[in-house]
Ligand binder design. Structure first.
Ligand code: ATP
Ligand code: MG
Length: 309
């Protein structure tokens, strides 16, 4: 549905997007993750036809965005990361206004507006002024606006930022519904773990470059290929260390008072084998666990060159 090839965007000498490649199959939710200034918004604006690329190719549904920017806008719904002023409009008037921009006929507008308000759970606010809505409600309204012309591809720039935990859950629910309706979705965030449960694919961008991309399970595998295990013993700390050293997939062993921490590459089965060996060798193991080598660690590692702890 979306194919980006060797995309470059420069501002003067500054390279904001650096040879970016990205592909989203029809019906998938792609999580676009990166720190501030990584180039997410820039990329999304280029896809949506709001910015022109310096070079590279963006194809939406096999149509070149740069050459057909008007036509492509019919296929894309873009939700910006920041919302403008609303000029004393009521919720329904606001959506009606956007529907008119897309030249949707007057008699169809009411049904579309009603359906969208229902989808984003704002039906009870239809007569409220947009300015009086809470931030979370404004965000949902903005999402409804991006859907008004029934686009196939949704480009959502941090739709969950600034939302409270409950509103985040609701936003995810709406996005899942949209996926079920067959939409293809590109969604950006700083928070990798939040996207992991929603998305089918993840791409991590830093300094305008894609540093890792793949299916969520592929990314998870990267996480678990560098786990950290922590072990607490009652006694025999040194013997425990000797046992651990026998395993080729264990490294970076550090000893505490009665604890050992070690880097480890392997599966759950490998981990249970290590524990079994320790126990059969008579090491009095009190606890044996994996430190949270979570997605955020991978994010830090790949975006800032840090180590997974
Ligand atoms: N109009 C512009 N002129 C010059 N530099 C710009 C312009 N717009 C963006 N940039 C730079 O391009 C880089 C990428 O910005 P972008 O907004 O795409 O990042 P982002 O990943 O969306 O970040 P955030 O998470 O903060 O939203 C930043 O370093 C930014 O300063
Ligand atoms: Mg941004």
């Amino acid at each position: 549905m979306l194919k980006i090839k060797d995309l470059v965007k420069t501002y003067g000498k500054f390279v904001a997007v650096n040879n970016l490649n990205l592909e989203i199959p029809q019906g998938e939710i792609y999580g676009f993750v990166g720190p501030n200034g990584a180039g997410k918004t820039t990329t999304m604006k280029i896809i949506s036809g709001l910015l022109t690329a310096t070079s590279g190719e963006v194809m939406v549904d096999n149509v070149d965005v740069t050459r057909n920017s008007r036509k492509i806008k019919e296929s894309i719904g873009y939700m910006p990361d920041f919302f403008g002023v609303y000029d004393d409009l009521k919720v329904t008037e606001y959506l009606d206004f956007y529907a008119s921009i897309y030249k949707i006929k007057e008699k169809e507008r009411k049904k579309i507006t009603d359906d969208l308000l229902e989808l984003v759970d704002l039906s009870n606010k239809r007569e409220s002024y947009v300015d009086s809505l809470s931030r979370g409600m404004k965000q949902r309204l903005c999402l409804a606006r991006s859907l008004i012309h029934n686009p196939k591809l949704l480009i959502l720039d941090e739709p969950a930022s600034g939302l409270d935990p409950r509103a985040r859950v609701e936003m995810k629910e709406i996005l899942r519904n949209l996926k079920d309706m067959g939409k293809t979705i590109l969604i950006s965030s700083h928070i990798l773990s939040e996207l992991a449960e929603l998305c089918t694919h993840i791409g991590i961008i830093d300094n305008g470059k894609m540093v890792i991309s793949g299916s969520v399970s592929e990314i998870m595998q990267q996480v678990y290929s560098s786990r950290v295990i922590k072990l607490k013993v009652n006694d025999k700390l040194e013997q425990a260390e000797m046992v651990l050293k026998e395993f080729p997939n264990i490294d970076k062993i550090t000893l505490g008072e009665n604890t050992i921490q070690a880097g480890f590459e392997g599966s759950d089965q490998d981990m249970s084998r290590i524990l079994a060996t320790l126990v059969t060798r008579g090491i009095p193991v009190v606890t044996f666990s994996q430190l949270d080598g979570n997605l955020e660690d991978v994010f830090m590692k790949v975006t800032r060159g840090g180590e997974v702890q």
